[in-house]
Design a binder for this molecule. Structure first.
Ligand code: SAH
Length: 256
């Protein structure tokens, strides 16, 4: 039923990397006042419990490679629901502005003069390494970090990966699992064969998996462990701080 008495508004809400307890308190409050929740594939459905029972909950899942809900359709749904029902919470994985197309949605809503607020979320790019106790920066080891997409709109690896591979930064790559071979090649070309590398599947969620190695070995390990998307790649000396990297070195020392 159309409720014309409600003020239309949209909240772009970052859900965090997966564990429902990693949502912000402000996020919980937004969900509690939602009339409609539009949620993505990478958000935990347990979060919907914060929304009123009578709120409309719509799955607009998108995973890389799937195009079941084109962005245009999501944009339109968001507007329709806001105009007809009031407060739309657009729940997005991680942080809405880190490869989340959040700004496109903000812009679209603005073109209808619907007020939008943004509630940041813990991005997987920082949160998932942190949960593994891998710091993206560490004094004396890493002075900066890059967060890069492995797959650009044209389907190619980002040119930034070439630049990042030359730097001393920690390099976190999202949506890069399918491009791992190419990415490994880029790091090798930069002479980084032995750079510590980790791949985390489904960080903070039930089917979490971690693989730790170096540039040279990571592809084989990922295959061996059957790592699947969503996963992120971490390249950098900081990966050596992970306990399993120390074990790896110990094993290496005893076998060679
Ligand atoms: N806005 C999101 C990123 C969206 S892009 C954020 O800030 O986290 C989607 C990509 O993020 C996935 O393909 C994967 O590379 C990464 N990703 C998201 N959640 C993840 C998780 N829990 N574990 C590992 N990688 C994750």
């Amino acid at each position: 039923m159309v409720n014309q008495n409600k003020d239309s508004r949209i909240t772009l809400l970052g859900a965090g990397p997966g564990d429902p307890d990693l949502l912000t308190i402000k996020g919980v409050k937004a969900l509690q006042t939602a009339d409609v929740v539009l949620y993505d594939a990478l958000t935990n459905e347990a979060l919907l419990e914060h929304a009123p029972a009578e709120a409309i909950k719509v799955y607009v899942g998108k995973r890389s490679g799937e195009h079941s809900y084109p962005q245009e359709t999501i944009n339109k749904l968001m507007i329709d629901y806001a105009l007809n029902y009031g407060h739309v919470v657009r729940l997005k994985g991680g942080d809405p502005f880190v490869f989340g197309r959040g700004y496109e949605e903000l812009d679209y809503a603005a073109s209808y003069s619907i007020p939008v607020s943004v509630i940041p979320g813990i991005s997987s790019s920082i949160g998932v390494p942190a949960l593994q106790q891998i710091p993206v920066t560490h004094r004396g080891m890493s002075e900066s970090f890059w967060v890069i997409t492995g797959t650009t709109t044209s389907g190619e690896v980002s040119n930034d990966i070439y630049l990042a591979a030359e730097s001393n930064a920690t390099v976190v790559i999202l949506m890069g699992l399918k491009k791992l071979s190419k990415i490994v090649e880029i790091f090798k070309a930069a002479g980084k064969h032995n750079l510590p590398t980790a791949v985390v599947q489904n960080g903070s969620a039930e089917n979490e998996k971690l693989v730790v190695g170096v540039v040279e070995t990571i592809e084989g390990l990922v295959e061996q462990q059957d790592v699947k998307a969503p996963a992120l790649l971490i390249f950098g000396e900081v990966v050596s701080l992970h306990p399993s990297f120390k074990n790896l070195l110990r094993e290496y020392a005893t076998t060679s």
